[in-house]
Design a protein around this ligand. Structure first.
Ligand SMILES: *Cc1c(COP(=O)(O)O)cnc(C)c1O
Length: 409
């Protein structure tokens, strides 16, 4: 597809209609039965995992962080492709344990885990990334009561940050993880507790498009893990290096140079093998695996002109796709790539239109003044790059409109 306002996506166009999983969007809308809906292309997800495998050293295992998109069918599909899952709640834990992924390949992160949740995780036999001394004491107690030795890593809040990150999650004061300088004392206490030390989890941030920034963070992560390992109760068996690989959303954004990240990791591997002979190295990714494989589709209910501006009022909106409305962590609102799915190229010149939803708030804007003015009532508006942080990252109950459907194609 070659449209100036769109990133180079994996989706084809035939007869001026977007194709998803080999099916014209118009037919897929019939299969869905109603708009709005999300559609995820399983082939594109598989291809993305293959691309990562080709670029990264074989010693680097790939985990999928399901908070990016926890659709059960998608998680089932990925269970056969990745080496593990990272979950951020016991609700997500249930979703992944329903798949074929073995429990010991699942890890749980997130601040403020309760005693009951830690007990559930210990009973499940998953790896728990401890974010505080309190969590360590509670899971040790739960394990003793259950007669199991909980598998734990320490999630470290590093003393460095991931530069150019869309969402910083490390460096400085943070609610995530244990400050690096406190980890030695925590590890000393861990030696007295009936838990199984697995290693470290060091996650620095999200949505990063700069290979140099990711490379620097990975180099710092290995160095920090080496230092902390000196005080560990046992060998490091699991070293989670984080992730943060981003995808392009907005005009001018460059795709991440995955080859550069991979080449650098290849270079680090001989030393890493020597420093951590028993360790499994993990990179955990959400957005990068699924973000570009998904679209959000809504139908134009009314084409309305107001003082010279065209509004396409659709049946979808921020209640399904908060991120595209610009209200999920954007400082200045920018347009996600969007197109008229059943009428991709206009017959004449493209005129500008603003795509809004049916919610009674000006926040409900999906696309502001984009070349979509040729859309007619009944046409399908597609928001691209919507496979991650879409439906479950949106306030579905806001204004009590119908829910969106989800299809894996
Ligand atoms: C959110 C999160 C991820 C996934 O981040 P992406 O940017 O979607 O790749 C991975 N690990 C942890 C600990 C997270 O909180």
């Amino acid at each position: 597809m070659n449209l100036s306002h769109l990133p180079d996506t994996g989706f084809a166009v035939a007869d001026n209609c977007l194709q998803i999983g080999g099916m014209p969007l118009t037919r897929l809308a019939e299969r869905a039965g109603a708009t709005p809906f999300y559609a995820y292309d399983r082939q594109l997800v598989s291809e993305r995992v293959a691309k990562l495998r080709a670029a990264l050293p074989a010693e680097i295992h790939l985990h999928y962080a399901i908070k990016a998109n926890p659709m059960p069918a998608l998680v089932q599909h990925l269970a056969g492709l990745v080496d593990g899952f990272d979950v951020a709640s016991v609700g997500e834990m249930k979703t992944v344990l329903d798949s074929a992924m073995p429990a010991e390949k699942v890890s749980l992160a997130g601040p403020g885990k309760t005693a009951a949740q830690l007990r559930q995780a210990a009973a499940a036999g998953i790896v728990v990334n401890l974010e505080s001394e309190r969590e360590m004491e509670l899971i040790a107690q739960a394990g003793a009561e259950l007669g199991v030795r909980p598998k734990v890593t320490v999630r470290v809040n590093p003393d460095f940050e991931l530069k150019s990150s869309g969402m910083k999650m490390s460096g400085g004061p943070k609610q995530f993880g244990v400050d690096a300088e406190r980890v030695p004392a925590m590890l000393a206490r861990m030696k007295e507790l009936p838990v199984e030390f697995y290693g470290f989890h060091i996650f620095c941030g999200s949505q990063n498009l700069r290979a140099e920034a990711i490379i620097e963070a990975q180099r710092n992560t290995f160095a920090l893990a080496r230092r902390l390992a000196e005080d560990a109760p046992g060998p490091v068996r699991l070293l989670n290096l984080g992730g943060g690989f981003g995808i392009p959303y907005f005009p001018g954004e460059q795709v991440l140079d995955l080859a550069a990240v991979g080449a650098h990791l290849h270079g680090l591997m001989p030393q890493a093998r020597q420093d951590f002979p028993e360790a499994e190295f993990v990179i955990e990714l959400g957005r990068y695996i699924v973000g570009e494989a998904g679209v959000y589709v809504s139908r134009v209910i009314e084409r309305k002109e107001s003082r010279g501006q065209i509004f396409l009022i659709t049946d979808g909106g921020l209640h399904h796709h908060l991120a595209a409305s610009g209200n999920f962590g954007q400082v200045i609102r920018k347009n996600y790539p969007a197109l008229v799915g059943n009428r991709v190229s206009p017959e004449g010149d493209a005129t500008l239109a603003t795509v809004v939803g049916p919610l009674c708030t000006p926040l409900d804007t999906l696309a502001d003044k984009m070349p979509l003015g040729h859309a007619q009532e009944g046409d399908l508006i597609v928001v691209m790059q919507s496979g991650a942080y879409g439906l479950t990252a949106s306030p579905a109950a806001f204004l009590s409109h119908p829910a969106a459907r989800e299809l894996l194609v």
